[in-house]
Design a protein around this ligand. Sequence first.
Ligand SMILES: [Fe+2]
Ligand SMILES: [Fe+2]
Length: 225
Amino acid sequence: MPSTTRLQPRAMRSEFESANAALVGRAEVMLERYVALGAPHARLLNTLSMLEHIGSRKIMATQSGRGLDQPTLKHLAEETRHAFFFKRHAEGVARRSLDYSAEVLAAPAAARMYFQRLDAGTAKALGRTANQRAAYLYMSMVVEFRAVWLYRIYHAVLERSRSPLSLRGVLAEEEGHLEEMAGALVTIGASDPALIERLCGAERKLFERLLIALERSVEEFALAA
Ligand SMILES: [Fe+2]
Ligand SMILES: [Fe+2]
């Protein structure tokens, strides 16, 4: 029975990695180009800040209320801090303060669309009967898989370019969230590995669109430089 199946985040992460193997090289090249360009790198960092902020706002909007527990508050606090972390580094690279306007972001429409469609797709896949708690946990799980995948690649790119910026702390927290979401899904009896795999497949298509938009943007920034 799916509801009693134990989720194994590590095994699922290696499945996620196999399914995304074809995207690793492209993500690496895209990130290397942003890092090498300076000002566009600030835009990318600011975009990651915006995505973290959208994620934290979503937790706040859907999980507030009597049932709000300590792990969810911790998750909210950490995603909010990630938004701050990327904003602070974006401003460090840009050497000025940055809001979330399009002219200081990279592929902003695609980034916002990624989250909106993921949210709508998850809600649709779960159906009307799903409660907000289950929707939050499934959606978070899928996002955490991507965050760990992308930040690991990004961290390696930053290390190779001898950047002073390290994603080690953020990565450790995203890995922790993955374990926490898996545990919480088991607790509420909603752990369905097949559903997670399906959601991850849909997310991959959305991420690939975002990747294409980021590749195009960095191309334009390079030509304008
Ligand atoms: Fe995060
Ligand atoms: Fe996270």
